[in-house]
Design a protein around this ligand. Sequence first.
Ligand code: NAD
Length: 442
Amino acid sequence: MTQPTVSSKTSRRAFLKRSGVAATGAALAGGLSIARTAHAGGGDLVRVALVGCGGRGVGAAVNALANTGHANVKVVALADAFQDRVDFAERALKKRFPEKVDVPPQRRFTGLKCHEGATAADVDLVLLCGPPGVRPVQYEHAVRAGRHVFMEKPVATDAPGVRRVMAANEEARRKKLAVAVGFHLRHEQKHQKAIAAIHEGAIGDLCYLRAYFNSSGVWVRPRRPEQTEMEYQTRNWYYFNWLSGDHIVEQHVHDIDVCNWMAGAVPVEANGMGGRQVRIGKDYGEIFDHHVVDFTYANGLRMFSQCRHQPGCWNSFSEHAHGTKGRMSIEGHGAAEMFVDGQDRVRWDRGPAGHQVEMDLLFRKIAAGEPHHEGDYGATSTMTAILGRMATYSGQIVRWDDALASNLDLVPQDWSWDADPGPKPGPDGLYPCAVPGVTKAL
Ligand SMILES: NC(=O)c1ccc[n+]([C@@H]2O[C@H](COP(=O)([O-])OP(=O)(O)OC[C@H]3O[C@@H](n4cnc5c(N)ncnc54)[C@H](O)[C@@H]3O)[C@@H](O)[C@H]2O)c1
């Protein structure tokens, strides 16, 4: 089917008129001039800005351009801290969707505040796919400007960031903006069916949950002599807490979110242990290579969670629920299986990838002008993972209320290449990392 490619000024004006976009002209913070609560009725063009042009950013933009909810979509702005990432994304997207990528030089933005230019461009939807630490500021900015948002998980790396996201969620609701969060497992059919069965009582009352993200680890981007410390940390962001939150927050948050979904709640406290044992060189910043956490929910239910970045060990990306009548096991990339005493095993295959389904749904909602808001569980599941990190770093029992109220702010105020990002290497090139029993959690 031929995709409509409407982009003339006339049709755009007509769209703005039809969809009741409020072009206030008011000067907003950050130089933004247009606030809107758009929906894309009929075949109206939805203009997309991608902020954070890495692997997942390009993936999210591909999902947006291939979505089945609303055909008339273009990527019209690209933003990343680094020029080479913008160029990479432009090439990758253009190769796949030559008709749907229209990013002239004036709509390519670089630097740590690149989101400001991309958000201020005449766009309807912003895809926020940079490191998690910059998400609260970028989300706040997009909502203030009246843009629909897709943001990757996790949505913050510390409690002040989560609170900013929660406040922006309220503003997004008031402005009727669609907000999607990249917890793609929420959109996998085997997760939906398995968790519906749990909620219907198929495995009885829940006794305990288990969650795993055990793998060999991720990429390293080595230091180059010309880089400032801020530049180095921004490139090698995975290994710095202000940017990634540690891998319990950056990655294991997927499984933690699923367990919260199974439990229908967030935990009231956590205790845990962790450290760095295998991944200990200069290239690995300040994060741990393993965390083990016991989370406790208000009704006494426990979630036992493990995440590991150590090669040569048992790996798993999965969530499990144990009940009084049986158990449910869900593989992140595979099927879900239910084992109930005295009955045949039930299996749900994976089905379409959640990454595409979540984007299809977002565009359907934008096109219909219907409410869509995933920001609440985006914030609370991110906070649950941060609670777990607080427990493993400190070696203490940490309570949810204290964790969420924490003013431990990891993200620097100054976003410039010469600014001090916080963590500093010692004379041996190694960064200090948390010491349980010594490090303060809150
Ligand atoms: N849902 C999923 O399955 C999934 C999978 C992978 C990654 N992710 C998430 O996506 C996000 C990005 O991960 P990735 O794998 O694409 O990493 P990546 O390193 O490939 O991309 C991140 C990009 O952000 C850029 N960046 C750094 N600071 C920025 C800033 N201030 N403004 C804009 N851009 C900035 C980097 O230069 C880089 O190009 C993370 O939050 C990650 O957790 C989600």
